[in-house]
Write a protein that binds this ligand. Structure first.
Ligand code: BTN
Length: 318
């Protein structure tokens, strides 16, 4: 555990702690405590100050921990819990380049350059959210169409099982609560796609976003704390999500997206809605009609029924 993690752990019990007390427990001065807290705050930690009482975390931070994740997962997996990284997907891409024969999961407390789909940034403040990458080597020749939808399905199943019942999926893999985005998936591929395709499956889940992060996000967004009023246990969520992925991905590797189509449609928030399709900066109005066996989006346009595999869909909610 590094110094920041030790400080966060002390502040995680919900009680206020004076700078003096924190300093004494960590063996550093009050001024050094203050400096560290300022730094953590500037990185997005949700700190509360009360005159005469000191500091506490407005939202609890339970540090991600390999053993706690494995306990939930209930099977062996190479899990690496990192503190601060540029992007967990970059770490995953690096591992894939070295050549992997088994899956590896990477988590981080914070990403300094978190990446979203379509070249966007992914807001990644310290400690409250999930930044997870699962590096998954597939057999030669596996058809990976629909993979990102299966990952979205695993997310919806897991979040729902943890009590978030109002969750929905927006093609290809946004996890929404109502109209607001709670989680996203960025899949990157490495290796020769015919010989040794490896998927770098990046998943971001918002546990708590502060005003500064919300200001940076241009689409309607939400976080678990807003929806559920109590924070999630990130170790539980990561462990359960990995367990779900480890059940679904081997089936996907053998049979593709088809066996998951109906389950995915059960979460589909776009079905029969007017949507705006943006592809290569061209816009087109359509009615969403679910997905096909490959995970392509079915849309009705003035040209008839079409299948869309790339691009972005924005829903007209009316
Ligand atoms: C999206 O735009 O919806 C996809 C967001 C994906 C974010 C995750 S966080 C973990 C992994 N590392 C990254 O840099 N991005 C993904």
């Amino acid at each position: 555990m590094n110094n920041d993690q030790a400080l966060l752990q002390l502040l995680s019990d919900g009680a206020f702690h004076s700078g003096d007390a924190l300093g004494a427990q960590l063996g550093i001065s009050r001024a050094a405590v203050w400096k560290r807290l300022k730094k953590l705050e500037s990185q997005g930690v949700n700190l509360e100050r009360r005159k005469g009482q000191g500091y506490r975390l407005a939202a609890q931070v339970i540090t991600l921990d390999k053993q706690a994740i494995l306990l939930q997962l209930g099977q062996s997996l190479d899990v690496r819990c990192l503190d601060r990284v540029e992007s967990t997907n970059d770490i995953g891409l690096g591992l894939a380049k070295e050549g992997l024969s088994r899956p590896v999961a990477i988590t981080a407390e914070q990403q300094l350059a978190g990446r979203g789909r379509l070249g966007r940034q992914w807001q990644s403040p310290y400690g409250h959210n999930v930044y997870l990458t699962l590096v998954w080597p597939f057999e030669a020749g596996t058809d990976l169409k629909g993979l990102s939808l299966v990952v979205g399905l695993a997310l919806a199943n897991t979040l729902n099982a943890m009590g978030l019942n109002s969750v929905g999926l927006k093609w290809p893999n946004d996890v929404l609560v109502g109209r607001h985005k709670l989680a996203g998936v960025l899949i990157e591929l490495s290796g020769n796609l015919e010989l040794n395709p490896t998927a770098i499956i990046g998943i971001g889940i918002n546990g708590w976003l502060g005003p500064r992060e919300r200001e940076q996000i241009t689409q309607p967004v939400t976080d678990w704390l807003t929806e559920m009023e109590v924070p999630f246990d990130r170790n539980e969520l990561v462990g359960k999500l990995l367990r779900e992925l480890m059940q679904l991905l081997p089936v996907f590797a053998q049979q593709g997206f088809a066996p998951f189509k109906q389950a995915w449609l059960d979460w589909d928030v776009c079905f029969n809605r007017s949507v705006n399709l943006v592809r290569a900066s061209q816009q087109c109005a359509a009615i969403a009609k679910g997905v096909n066996e490959d995970g392509g989006l079915l849309v009705e346009t003035d040209k008839g029924l079409e299948v869309v595999y790339g691009g972005e869909v924005s829903v007209k909610w009316n």
